[in-house]
Design a protein around this ligand. Structure first.
Ligand code: FES
Ligand SMILES: [Fe+2]
Length: 286
């Protein structure tokens, strides 16, 4: 994908063409079963590009960011000096839209205008228009299919993130209104050991039981940053990495070790009832 993009951009820039005007290349539309809050949150979240969209972006370095949007230096995948670019995204909630511009590098001058229209409580429609400067007509179809395919994939990935986050937020809201259970049997020790890593639900939260050294410990399956799923994150030397923005956590201390200010939520304490040879989860304190 990155090489095709580079090649197309090279041909475009060196093709003979009148003027510098932006040509409308294509429109991508899609209905998404999420609300506008999740969509806006996703648009201004520059950090997820090289993690959630790792097959499209390999690197990002923010220059400035805020509620207005962000400006960052990014690279396509695989990273090379030929596919770096400075991108700027500006969100305008009053017009239900954000505009992404390529300020320099690969695809300089390209603009992508996205409108997000609420249809129902948890349903929106996104309408994405792509504009490319100095586009010779013989390249228009190539650009159109490239953008459509890339945005279909980006929105598949974003939808996974936005829908899972909403599910986690709903679960948290529900947990606040129900009574706390103090302990939960996870089963016979031999069966539990045979089924590790073992996922379980306790007080409306999801956890995973793993073995570290010769100790059984539980950890939350919800990342403290934006509730990303830690379900399938590999644990290497007691460290796991969240798939959405790459924050890393030490499971023993629960601390974030990749530099961000957050910490894993406490998980239930794991006790082995030696009389019954049973594994029991006890509600965490604080
Ligand atoms: S949700 Fe952002 S790093 Fe986990
Ligand atoms: Fe995204």
């Amino acid at each position: 994908m990155a090489f095709t993009t580079f090649l197309l951009d090279f041909v475009r820039r060196f093709s003979f063409s009148f003027g510098n005007q932006l040509a409308h290349v294509t429109t991508y539309t899609r209905e998404l079963p999420i609300n506008l809050d999740r969509m806006y949150e996703n648009a201004i979240d520059w950090e997820h590009l090289p993690f959630l969209h790792s097959s499209s972006f390999s690197h990002i370095e923010v220059i400035e960011s805020g509620d207005w949007g962000w400006k960052a230096k990014a690279n396509l995948t695989p990273k090379s000096r030929f596919n770096s670019m400075v991108l700027e995204l500006r969100l305008d909630k009053s017009k239900n839209r954000w505009i992404t511009k390529t300020l320099s590098g690969l695809g300089k001058g390209t603009e992508i205008w996205t409108h997000a229209i609420p249809i129902e409580k948890n349903k929106i429609k996104v309408i994405v228009d792509f504009y490319v400067p100095k586009l010779p007509s013989f390249l228009k179809d190539k650009y159109a299919s490239l953008y459509s395919a890339q945005y279909a994939q980006l929105y598949d990935e974003d939808l996974w993130m936005m829908a899972s986050r909403q599910e986690q937020l709903d679960k948290l809201a529900k947990a606040k209104t129900t009574a706390i259970q103090t302990e939960l049997s996870l089963g016979k020790l031999s069966e539990v050991q045979a089924n590790l890593p073992l996922k379980f639900e306790f007080n409306h939260q999801s956890y995973r039981l793993i073995e570290m050294g010769d100790t059984l410990i539980a950890h939350t399956l919800s990342c403290p940053h934006m509730l990303g799923p830690l379900n399938d994150a590999d644990v290497k030397e007691g460290i796991l990495e969240c798939p959405w923005h790459g924050y890393q956590f030490d499971l023993k201390t629960r601390k974030c070790i990749s530099g961000q200010r957050c910490k894993l939520a406490p998980a239930p304490l794991i006790k082995i009832d030696t009389n019954k040879m049973e594994v029991v989860a006890l509600a965490a304190k604080g």
